[in-house]
Design a binder for this molecule. Structure first.
Ligand code: ATP
Ligand code: MG
Length: 392
């Protein structure tokens, strides 16, 4: 057993000693069996949340209505969720209410895919009610039970299917894929934020290009913001040179493939409920990508874009298969006499002391000096700049 599970074992044992059943469940069991890195260990138990809290010194009510308590144990935190079923999915999204149940089987039945419905007990034995182990071996994403019914209960599962395909490099089982193709419209019921989170995980997964192809083929792409009717442009994504590994690259690439104008980027990013910071960086990348596509950037353009955005734009160009001499661009950037405004030897106050009146002309003069310094036509010293001013 990996250390993360060994460290968590006393938590299971404490629950058992309290007279309850307890298992590792969900993604962590799947990832251990795949030899993947585990980021969080989920535990399912027959104990009610209040009973869980009594057994541990430190706990947080993270989702007590849904039966989840976070327990802090030896510096780690564990989500402990009472066995439950979900009922009354009136609106194709989250269940109206959860019902706590006394056995693990019912709890595993509500889970989305067979590979996510595995449990492990304190002896390290796997409980596999839906041939999840065989599907792990065959690298298949397959719904637990009838896929049509499961997607009607919760349409987000359709996005989760393509997300796990990408992250795990798995294929989609035929009936599960057919059910998505038949019911992709159900995704309309799901909030953009939740769709976006799955979309980004898909887009940044190891097999993003294959998963994106299924995302297009099943028409899921018709149900997400600003993608409807854009299949032809988006079909380039599965044919990219590489899969993106940064979120800013993912969004920039999509925007470039969709052929968006500068002034459409903000709306697109807002439609996807992206943050302002993400939007601003994506705008800078797409703009600089345009510059790089039209000409070799000038020193001043390199200065203006800055190192981070330069590297991000190079990443985007690389993924899109655009030839760029990235070493030369980075070397030129590193050789710039100044990298930001504060490195200029003078500022506005210096110009005022030299008799320039405050106002727009002062700003223009400052920019002119900055450009001359960046282009290497003027030394970045007070003396050289003073001399330059006299010649104006
Ligand atoms: P990740 O590595 O992204 O955390 P995960 O499998 O742990 O993957 P989570 O979203 O953390 O995914 O969910 C934990 C578990 O809860 C899943 O493995 C699955 O068993 C169950 N689950 C999560 N979301 C759903 C859903 N929408 N429908 C059914 N079961 C779900
Ligand atoms: Mg998880």
């Amino acid at each position: 057993l990996p250390n993360v599970f060994l460290a968590a074992m006393p938590v299971l044992k404490t629950l058992e000693a309290g007279g309850f059943e307890a298992y590792f469940v969900g993604g962590s069991v799947r990832d251990v069996l795949l030899g993947r890195h585990i980021h969080d260990v989920d535990i399912a138990t027959s104990a009610y949340p209040e009973e869980v809290k009594e057994l541990f010194e430190k706990s947080i009510d993270t989702g007590i209505k849904h039966g989840t308590v976070t327990v802090l144990y030896q510096g780690e935190s564990y989500e402990i969720t009472t066995f439950r079923t979900e009922s009354g999915y009136q609106d194709f999204r989250r269940p109206d209410h959860v019902t706590f149940v006394q056995n693990l089987d019912e709890d595993l039945k509500r889970r989305d895919f067979t590979i996510n419905a595995l449990a492990m007990n304190t002896d390290g034995e796997i409980i596999d009610l839906f041939v999840g182990l065989a599907d792990l071996k065959h690298k298949l994403i397959k719904a637990v039970g009838d896929p049509e019914q499961r997607f009607h209960e919760d349409a987000l599962r359709m996005m989760r299917a393509v997300r796990f395909m990408s992250q795990l490099k798995f294929s989609l089982e035929e009936k599960t894929e057919q059910a998505i193709a038949d019911h992709h419209q159900l995704l309309k019921k799901i909030s953009v934020e939740r769709i976006r989170d799955e979309f980004v995980k898909m887009g940044l997964g190891a097999d993003a290009r294959a998963a994106f192809q299924i995302f297009l083929d099943t028409q899921l792409s018709e149900e997400v913001p600003d993608f409807a009717g854009k299949k032809e442009q988006l079909a380039v994504f599965p044919k990219l040179q590489f899969s993106p590994t940064m979120e800013t690259s993912l969004w920039s690439i999509i925007i470039i493939l969709l052929g968006m104008q500068d002034n459409q980027i903000g709306k697109f990013m807002r439609d996807w409920k992206n943050s302002n910071a993400m939007t601003e960086e994506v705008e800078r990348i797409v703009n600089f990508f345009d510059i790089m596509s039209s000409h070799t950037p000038t020193d001043y353009e390199l200065f203006e874009v800055g190192k981070k955005t330069l590297l991000n734009t190079i990443d985007v160009a690389h993924i899109l298969g655009q030839p760029v001499d990235s070493n030369a661009l980075v070397d030129r950037y590193l050789a710039l006499p100044i990298k930001n405004n504060s490195e200029l030897a003078i500022d506005g106050r210096f110009l005022i002391k030299k008799g320039i009146k405050p106002g727009p002309q002062l700003g223009e003069l400052l920019t002119k000096i900055k450009k001359a310094v960046i282009n290497g036509d003027l030394d970045n010293t007070e003396e050289a700049i003073a001399e330059f001013l006299e010649k104006q």
